[in-house]
Design a protein around this ligand. Structure first.
Ligand SMILES: [Zn+2]
Length: 185
């Protein structure tokens, strides 16, 4: 995706800070498949974007802007184990505090836990596209799995490995398997 089309697509996720000082701003909007596809292109495995929606409410706080809301998106991937198609229902809660970049502490100044959690904006416009895209990317599972038997397997296991685990016996246990228990005992 070119920078131009990316910024055009991001245009619906901006907040005008002077307007926000007058009243809270709510962004309640569908996330286009095209926009979601651009976000999901950063995923480590192939994933196809479905529908999405975000509802964010921004309000002016003492020394910045608080943004709360939720993001929902649908994505289609392959189960890492059986390779069957999987529909992922992503749901991210958003609670972000953004402060003017002028309040950013100089290096060397002591940072509080709050400082580490806040994000910064510059000028009169807050771009929320990163907040929304990060929320979506963090909700994508590391290993997408179908709802079937693969669902409860720990770690990254292929269906071949599942079959091997079920049919092979650990050599250390082989000796035990060879012991015959007589009925007389
Ligand atoms: Zn599966």
């Amino acid at each position: 995706m070119s920078d131009k089309s990316k910024s055009e697509l991001d245009g619906f996720l901006i907040i005008d800070v002077p307007a926000l000082h007058r009243q809270p701003i709510v962004i309640d909007t569908a996330l286009s498949r095209e926009w979601l596809a651009g976000v999901m292109a950063n995923c480590e495995y192939p994933v196809t974007a479905g529908t999405g929606h975000c509802r964010l409410r921004a309000e002016s706080a003492a020394d910045g802007v608080r943004i709360r809301g939720d993001i929902r998106a649908e994505a289609f991937a392959e189960c890492v184990t059986c390779l069957e198609p999987v529909t992922l229902h992503l749901h991210a809660d958003v609670d972000v505090f953004m402060a003017p970049v002028a309040t950013l502490k100089e290096s060397g100044e002591e940072l509080t836990p709050e400082d580490l959690e806040r994000e910064y904006f510059e000028g009169d416009i807050i771009h929320l596209s990163n907040v929304v895209s990060d929320g979506i990317l963090l909700e994508l599972p590391i290993n997408p799995r179908c709802e079937g038997p693969c669902h409860n397997l720990p770690g990254l296991v292929t269906s071949d490995e599942v079959a091997r685990r079920n049919f092979s016996i650990d050599p250390r246990l082989k000796a035990l398997a060879d012991i015959k228990i007589s009925k007389e005992n």
